[in-house]
Design a protein around this ligand. Sequence first.
Ligand SMILES: [Zn+2]
Ligand SMILES: [Zn+2]
Ligand SMILES: [Zn+2]
Length: 158
Amino acid sequence: MPQSRSEVMRRYRQNHQEKCREDARHRANYTYATRRQDGLCSMCGTNRADKASIKCGPCRDIYRQYHKAYREKLMDQIFEHYGRSCACCGEANQGFLTVDHANGGGSEDRRSLNINGSGHNWYAKLRMNGFPNDPPLQTMCFNCNFAKWRFGICPHKA
Ligand SMILES: [Zn+2]
Ligand SMILES: [Zn+2]
Ligand SMILES: [Zn+2]
């Protein structure tokens, strides 16, 4: 049976997944590096006015919006899973919320997961690992989280 070109390509990609991914990575890196060198926008390739940035103005906005949407979705999924309000004081404004290690030991856990710093890298890792709960995690507001870290117990509970 004759195969259509797209069918052949599909099968090729299926059998060479690793290589295709690798090629795409190389191409992306190459484009990025040359555009950067030539003073072009790393996303669309137009001549960028502002040489201090690696993206042109419009692309910077798109990129920023994309990341904002990415972060919002990530955080929504995180709080969907670990709770939508602070486990201590009930604060429910997402802007104040973070994820807390219920039994302490957050920095060791992050280190063992090989994560630099905190924040979105860590949240992304949690999502990638299917929202683990061992050690137990819970949603907390920054105030309670900080107080717990600073005093061992939040003043709300002391
Ligand atoms: Zn651009
Ligand atoms: Zn709180
Ligand atoms: Zn508290």
